[in-house]
Design a protein around this ligand. Structure first.
Ligand code: SF4
Length: 225
């Protein structure tokens, strides 16, 4: 069976460093795929555009996949009166993993896929083996023992523009620091989050979208950062 190397891109620090390092180490990349929930911050969409152009010069195809048609994840939350669930992770399943697997199955049907995921060494606990028999997951940042700071330094050394933490602006895993950033830099988006929180049914007692006490700062849980 033919094999393909596909890098999963979340447009955050880890996956950006991973792709740059794979290129430096001459690890072949047949495809880069980015799952767009429609809810990234504008800074992250700028990073996506920059990465697209950067890869184009290296003849590496870049594909954005979506699962929302005309409905973004945020709009779906508003309509359903819920915010993304920290436990069930339906948002990751329906708006990240699902569209990527659909892309694999339609465009690369019959291929064995080596999927490269940007999880840094400090988050090794998040590494998983694939449930699908046609996918083998690889975690090169773990193999290279690179943590987040190493990734940030490496991106800077490569002359790539500053990359912020990616993830939906309304993500329940946002750290308090990120909420403060959103509030200051993107007050309109922050107000939208407050609206979503106010109108949502909560899955668990005391669960809140913004300023929740316990924060893991763990976005998506599947390496899409
Ligand atoms: S970034 Fe957060 S809200 Fe967005 S898909 Fe991932 S877990 Fe869900």
């Amino acid at each position: 069976m033919k094999q393909l190397n596909i890098a999963s891109y979340g447009a955050g620090v880890d996956s950006t460093a991973m792709i740059l390092k794979m290129i430096e180490k001459k690890i072949p990349i047949d495809q880069v795929v980015f799952a767009d929930t429609g809810g990234e911050l504008p800074e992250t969409y700028n990073t996506v555009e920059y990465m697209k152009k950067f890869l184009e010069k290296k003849d590496i195809p870049f594909k954005t996949v979506r699962n929302f048609g005309l409905v973004t994840l945020f709009n779906k939350c508003i309509t359903r009166k819920v915010f993304p669930d920290m436990f069930k992770r339906w948002c990751t399943r329906d708006f990240k993993v699902g569209p990527i697997h659909k892309f694999y199955k339609t465009i690369y049907k019959g291929f064995k896929i080596n999927e490269y995921i940007g999880i840094d060494v400090a988050e090794t606990r998040r590494c998983r083996t694939a449930k699908e028999d046609y996918i083998t997951k690889h975690y090169p940042l773990v193999d290279w023992k690179m943590d987040r700071l190493d990734c940030e330094r490496y991106i800077f050394e490569k002359g790539f523009p500053y990359v912020i933490k990616s993830g939906c602006y309304f993500c329940p895993f946002n750290s308090l620091l990120r909420w403060d950033y959103i509030k200051k830099k993107h007050p309109k988006l922050y107000r939208m989050c407050k609206k979503l929180e106010k109108q949502s049914k909560h899955y668990a007692k005391g669960m809140r979208l913004i300023k929740q006490n316990k924060r893991t700062d763990d976005v998506c849980g599947n390496g899409f950062s």
